[in-house]
Write a protein that binds this ligand. Structure first.
Ligand code: DX5
Ligand code: ZN
Length: 208
């Protein structure tokens, strides 16, 4: 299981990113919220960009925003492996996926807990990652929604039926207990479970 660490709930981002450099975590999950697609709002890119200098890991960017096309060029400048945005947005999804690919970055689509897996079907051939939200997006530290277990099975079956190999990633409320409901995923995002602890590596290892 790959592990992507979110620092949304971190109280000292430079310190936690430096600590994460010493672990085997696969990616740093960057949550971007615009106060429109979700109620919460993260710092503007100008203020955020110096923070990424503390990490040596590749970034896995999660855009919880109404207009991904405004953010994609900014995050494409960084050491970014994935840029993921939500299938629920009103922008032209094909165009935004193509924009990410134009920067030679892998692209993903996220689905909210109430969104049907079938919404992903038109975009499957273009996707490198599917981000299944196991909480309502916007805030860290929420409880894992149990129905996610079935949703992950549905996503896996869908990918198999189309013979597509994309990462299946789960985001929200993941810890060593809820990890047991994520066996159909290939990657988990964990935030508070890691950053609230003293031993980051131990927590990351417990999710593998
Ligand atoms: C939720 C974010 C998640 C969140 C995960 O809006 O997309 O990435 O930071 O944090 P935990 O693991 O604390 O639920
Ligand atoms: Zn996220």
């Amino acid at each position: 299981m790959k592990v992507s660490a979110s620092f949304l709930k971190s109280k000292d981002i430079p310190k936690d990113l430096t600590k994460l450099n010493e672990t085997d975590v696969d990616f740093i999950h960057v949550d971007i919220a615009d106060g429109k697609f979700v109620k919460s709002k993260t710092m503007p890119f100008k203020e955020m960009r110096h923070i990424y200098e503390y990490t040596s890991k590749r970034l896995d960017v999660h855009l919880m925003v109404e207009n991904p096309s405004e953010y994609i060029p900014l995050y494409a400048e960084l050491n970014t492996e994935y840029i993921t945005f939500h299938v629920e947005v009103d922008e032209d999804i094909d165009k935004d996926l193509q924009l990410i690919k134009d920067y030679s970055i892998k692209c993903g689509l996220a689905i909210n807990p109430s969104t049907k897996v079938s919404e992903l079907i038109p975009y499957l051939p273009y996707l490198d990652l599917i981000l299944v939200m196991s909480v309502e997006p916007g805030y860290g530290g929420q409880e894992f929604i149990k129905e996610t277990e079935n949703k992950l099975a549905e996503v896996k079956a869908l990918l198999e039926s189309y013979n597509i190999k994309a990462e299946i990633c789960v985001d929200g409320g993941v810890n060593d207990k809820t990890r047991d409901m994520c066996y159909d995923a290939t990657m988990v995002v964990a935030g508070s479970y890691i950053t609230n602890s003293d031993d980051f590596q131990e927590k990351i290892s417990s999710l593998r």
